[in-house]
Design a protein around this ligand. Structure first.
Ligand code: GLN
Length: 531
C-alpha cells in the first residue's frame, strides 16, 4: 500500500474544535516545502454530507472551491494559501463519500456475499483514500476533522492505526493538536484536558509523536516536562503553539519551536534546512504597514468569522501588496436595508459585496452598491455581488423597474440575471452548479485586464445564475461595460465606465490569492481604494 518511501503526517485534534488544526497542517506543509520537499495535504471529514457544498455557511463556514470544481472544506483554502500543493477533489474526503462508494459497490454485488462492515470495508476504503494520488510527493499531510472521541470519527482513527501497521511506523508521524486552557483565577495554564485527550488517542492505538499545545499564554519548562511524562511524548515533541495576531506568523513560530527539525530528523532528512525568507517578507510587511485602509464588506453572513474566509484573506493579501494594514468593516446586509447606507459606509474607502445565495439582505446590498457607484467609491462585486451590480444598474440607470435575478423573483419583468438552459434542466442540489475553473477573455483596456496585466484568465466558479446577455447592449449604451466573456459567450466581468474603479466578476478570485502572491484583482481594488 502506497510507496514505501512516502511519508505521512496525520494531524488530529483534541479537547475542543476550532483549534486551528487546518492552519497547523498547512503550516507543517509550508515548513516542509521550505526545505525543498514535495508535499500534499488532504482533509478527512467525519460528517455524512458527500461534500460541504450543501451545508450553510452559517454552520460550516465558507465552501472552498478547487480548479476541478470540487466543493470542499475551508481548510483546503489554508492548504492552498500556505503551500504550492495541487489540490483536487481527491484531497477532500468525507464519511459520506466513503459510505457512498461502499454502498454503490454493495449494490453492484462486488462483495460476493460478504457481510459489509465498518472494519474492514469502511476502514480499507479510508486507507485507500490516504494514498490516492500520492505520486511525485514526499510527504502527505492528512488532517482529520472533528475531535478525538467523536463517535463518527472512530473509523478514521482505526484506519490510521491500521495504516501505521501496514506501512511501518517509521513512515508515519502522528501530530495531535490540543488546547491548554488558561484559568484566569488561578493564573495557570492547565494540562489535564490535553493529557486526557492523548489518553483517549492512545486507547485507540495511536501514540502521538508530537503534541501541539494551543495556548494563549507561554508554557513553562515544567509544563513541557509534565505533558511529556503523562502523554508519553519526548520533550522536544511538546510544541508551544501560541495565539498569534496573524495566521501567517504560524509557520515561522513553529519553526522556531523546533518543529521543522523534529519532523525532518524523524524521517531521516536531518541534513535539510528550511528557507523561511518568503514568510519573513510577508510578516515584515504585515508588521510595518505604511497606511491603514478601511474596506466595507456588505454581506449576509458577516457575523460568522469563517463564512467569507477566503475573501478576508484575499483582501489582506491585497493590503499587504500595497503596504497597508487592513480594517474590514463588516456590514450586515439587512442593516444596510433598514439604515442609512451613507452613515453606515461613511468611513470606508472601498466596498466589496461577496458571493451568496437566497433573498435575505439583497435590498441592503443593492443600497450599498448604488452608494458606491454614485459616490465614486471603488467597488468589487464577487459572484452574487456582480449579479447585484447588474441589477442595480438596470434598475437605477436603465430604469428597468423590477429588474431582478430569477433567483429572487421568478416573475420579474426584466430578468437581468437568469438561469441558462442547462441549469434549467437540473433538479438535484448537490454538485450541480457551474463549478470550477473556466477561461475568460478580457477587453484589453479595462480595469480588470489592467489589474491582471493580461487578457486571458482562468478563475473558479460556484453559481447557478448568469448575466442575461440579452440586456448587454442596453446596459452598455448607458455606461456599463462588459469586459469579460468566456468561449460560450457567458458574461464573466462587468465594469461601470466613468468610475474610478468599479468591477464585478461572476467568478471567485478570492480562491486563488496567496500571501506571497496576492490576487491581482484584490491588489488593484485595494490600490484604487488607497488613492
Ligand atoms: N446565488 C447566485 C447564483 O447561484 C450567486 C452565487 C454566488 O455568489 N456564489 O448564481
Amino acid at each position: 500500500m502506497g510507496d514505501i518511501h512516502m511519508k505521512y503526517i496525520f494531524v488530529t485534534g483534541g479537547v475542543v474544535s476550532s483549534l486551528g488544526k487546518g492552519l497547523t497542517a498547512a503550516s507543517l506543509g509550508a515548513l516542509l516545502e521550505s526545505s525543498g520537499l514535495r508535499i500534499t495535504l488532504k482533509k478527512f471529514d467525519p460528517y455524512l454530507n458527500v461534500d460541504p457544498g450543501t451545508m450553510s455557511p452559517f454552520q460550516h463556514g465558507e465552501v472552498y472551491v478547487l480548479d476541478d470544481g470540487a466543493e470542499t472544506d475551508l481548510d483546503l483554502g489554508h492548504y492552498e494559501r500556505f503551500t504550492h500543493a495541487q489540490l483536487t477533489r481527491r484531497n477532500s474526503v468525507s464519511s459520506g463519500q466513503i459510505y457512498e462508494t461502499i454502498l454503490r459497490r454493495e449494490r453492484n454485488g462486488d462483495y460476493l456475499g460478504e457481510t459489509v462492515q465498518v472494519i474492514p470495508h469502511i476502514t480499507s476504503e479510508i486507507k485507500r483514500q490516504f494514498t490516492v494520488e500520492d505520486k511525485d510527493i514526499d510527504v502527505t499531510i492528512i488532517e482529520l476533522g472533528g475531535t478525538v472521541g467523536d463517535m463518527e470519527s472512530m473509523p478514521f482513527f482505526e484506519a490510521m492505526r491500521q495504516f501505521a501497521l501496514d506501512i511501518g511506523l517509521q513512515n508515519i508521524l502522528f501530530v495531535h493538536v490540543a488546547l491548554l486552557p488558561y484559568i484566569r483565577t488561578a493564573d495557570e495554564v492547565k494540562t489535564k484536558p490535553a493529557q486526557q485527550s492523548v489518553t483517549l488517542l492512545r486507547s485507540l492505538g495511536i501514540q502521538p509523536h508530537m503534541l501541539m499545545c494551543r495556548t494563549e499564554k507561554r508554557i513553562t519548562d515544567e509544563i513541557r516536562q509534565k505533558l511529556s511524562l503523562f502523554c508519553n511524548v519526548p520533550v522536544d515533541g511538546i510544541v508551544e503553539e501560541l495565539d498569534v495576531s496573524s495566521i501567517y506568523e504560524v509557520p515561522p513560530m513553529l519553526h522556531n519551536e523546533g518543529v521543522s527539525q523534529f519532523i525532518l530528523r524523524y524521517f531521516s532528512w536531518g541534513d535539510r534546512s528550511c528557507d523561511l525568507g518568503p514568510w519573513m517578507d510577508v510578516i515584515g510587511k504585515i508588521r510595518k504597514p505604511k497606511k491603514r485602509i478601511s474596506i466595507a464588506l456588505v454581506g449576509k453572513y458577516v457575523e460568522l468569522q469563517d463564512s467569507y474566509k477566503s475573501v478576508y484573506e484575499a483582501l489582506l493579501h491585497g493590503a499587504i501588496a500595497n503596504g497597508c494594514s487592513l480594517d474590514v468593516m463588516r456590514v450586515d446586509a439587512e442593516m444596510a436595508e433598514r439604515e442609512d447606507v451613507r452613515g453606515l459606509l461613511r468611513d470606508c474607502s472601498g466596498i466589496i459585496v461577496p458571493g451568496g445565495f437566497g433573498n435575505r439582505g439583497i435590498a441592503g446590498m443593492l443600497n450599498a452598491i448604488r452608494h458606491g457607484r454614485e459616490n465614486n467609491i471603488p467597488f468589487l462585486g464577487i459572484c452574487l455581488g456582480m449579479q447585484l451590480a447588474a441589477i442595480e444598474f438596470a434598475r437605477n440607470v436603465a430604469h428597468l423597474e423590477g429588474a431582478n435575478s430569477t433567483e429572487f423573483d421568478g416573475d420579474t419583468p426584466f430578468p437581468v440575471i437568469s438561469l441558462m438552459d442547462e441549469q434549467n434542466a437540473i433538479t438535484k442540489v448537490g454538485g450541480t452548479m457551474r463549478l470550477g475553473a473556466y477561461e475568460c477573455s478580457l477587453i484589453p483596456s479595462s480595469h480588470t485586464a489592467e489589474a491582471y496585466n493580461c487578457t486571458t484568465i482562468r478563475e473558479r466558479h460556484r453559481h447557478r445564475y448568469e448575466f442575461n446577455g440579452s440586456y448587454g447592449d442596453q446596459l452598455e449604451a448607458l455606461g456599463m461595460a462588459i469586459v469579460g466573456t468566456n468561449s460560450r459567450g457567458l458574461i464573466e466581468a462587468i465594469e461601470v465606465k466613468n468610475h474610478p474603479w468599479y468591477v464585478g466578476v461572476q467568478f471567485h478570485p478570492e480562491f486563488k490569492s496567496k500571501p506571497h502572491v496576492p490576487h491581482p484583482l484584490f491588489a488593484a481594488f485595494i490600490r484604487a481604494s488607497n488613492q
